[in-house]
Design a protein around this ligand. Structure first.
Ligand SMILES: [Zn+2]
Ligand SMILES: [Zn+2]
Length: 82
């Protein structure tokens, strides 16, 4: 199943989603590559924050923007100069 997702950088991308599977994103703003990851600590931390605010989470998306390893290597741009 392909799902259309609009990201904060204004681009729309399609990605395959297995039902019930959750992942967060590292997004390269140079080449557009999306690296998917899940981290139990991040997931748990979000639940703890929500609980602190008595907030019931339905869904969340975590998008980290920057440069991927390939682009860093190719362009030799330090991340803080992007
Ligand atoms: Zn997540
Ligand atoms: Zn890249």
């Amino acid at each position: 199943m392909a799902v259309e997702r609009k990201f904060a950088d204004g681009q729309t991308r399609y990605e395959n989603v297995d039902q019930g599977e959750h992942h967060d994103h590292l997004i390269c703003i140079s080449c557009g590559k999306i690296l998917e990851f899940t981290d139990d600590r991040i997931e748990k931390m979000q639940e703890e924050i929500a609980a602190r605010y008595h907030f019931a989470i339905k869904d969340h998306r975590l998008e980290i923007y920057g440069a991927c390893a390939d682009c860093l290597k190719k362009q030799k741009i330090p991340p803080h100069l992007l």
